[in-house]
Ligand binder design. Structure first.
Ligand SMILES: CC(C)(COP(=O)(O)OP(=O)(O)OC[C@H]1O[C@@H](n2cnc3c(N)ncnc32)[C@H](O)[C@@H]1OP(=O)(O)O)[C@@H](O)C(=O)NCCC(=O)NCCS
Length: 187
């Protein structure tokens, strides 16, 4: 499928999806909490759903940012992943995902994580294909779009600075940094 049949712009609301899943005992790790990998898989699914709805094509996951498991998710909780496209480039889309977990007995809801998946739309030959622009319908849509621009800039800046730091990392000169760390040279 080509980009020709697609509208020039699609509203953010067109890509908004919620995926809800009950955390069953087989999802638990040895400590009785939900495996991080289960949540990652759900995030990937909901990111795909939001991106492909906007793009009108098949999409692939390119990069994942901001995944932190700071609060455990328990067996029996209802996990909902709320996703929408926050930003589009030419062929790439940034999907924002808010993850909440609800204890159905007490009714308490915790916000466990917000993360960002970069997806790329592909045509039938597997080439990156242009996606519709994004129609920002609310001030929140605009805020998320602007934040995505900043996030991209910071990520690129970080990548360049880290590449620089790595290229000038002279092992002999930097070994004093290891003194504060919990490691020992074994060679
Ligand atoms: C990511 C991928 C599509 C890039 O393909 P490419 O031929 O290099 O295409 P381009 O350089 O034109 O990049 C396409 C888009 O991806 C974006 N992109 C490429 N690498 C990226 C990265 N590391 N992080 C974020 N975005 C990236 C580019 O910015 C571009 O976006 P834009 O069109 O909105 O400007 C390609 O490497 C790929 O298919 N990777 C495998 C993805 C996959 O199969 N994932 C499933 C999990 S295994």
């Amino acid at each position: 499928m080509s980009a020709d049949h697609l509208p020039a712009y699609r509203p953010v609301s067109h890509s908004r999806v919620t995926l809800t899943e009950l955390m069953i005992p087989s999802y638990a790790n040895f400590g009785g909490k939900i495996h991080g990998g289960i949540l990652l898989s759900l995030m990937d699914k909901v990111a795909y759903a939001a991106a492909s709805k906007h793009a009108g094509t098949y999409c692939v996951t390119v990069s994942v940012d901001g995944v932190n498991f700071l609060q455990p998710v328990e067996v029996g909780e209802l996990v909902s992943l709320l996703a929408s496209v926050n930003y589009v480039g030419r062929t790439s889309l940034l999907v924002g995902i808010k993850v909440i977990a609800e204890d159905v007995r007490s009714g308490s809801v915790k916000h466990t994580n917000t993360c960002y998946f970069t997806m790329v739309a592909k045509d039938d030959e597997g080439r990156p294909s242009q996606v519709p622009g994004l129609l920002l319908e609310t001030p929140d849509d605009t805020r998320r779009f602007l934040e995505a621009i900043k996030r991209r800039e910071f990520k690129e800046q970080y990548r360049q600075e880290f590449d620089n730091a790595r290229s000038i990392l002279a092992l002999e000169e930097q070994q004093h940094l290891l003194e504060k760390e919990r490691c020992q040279l074994g060679y």
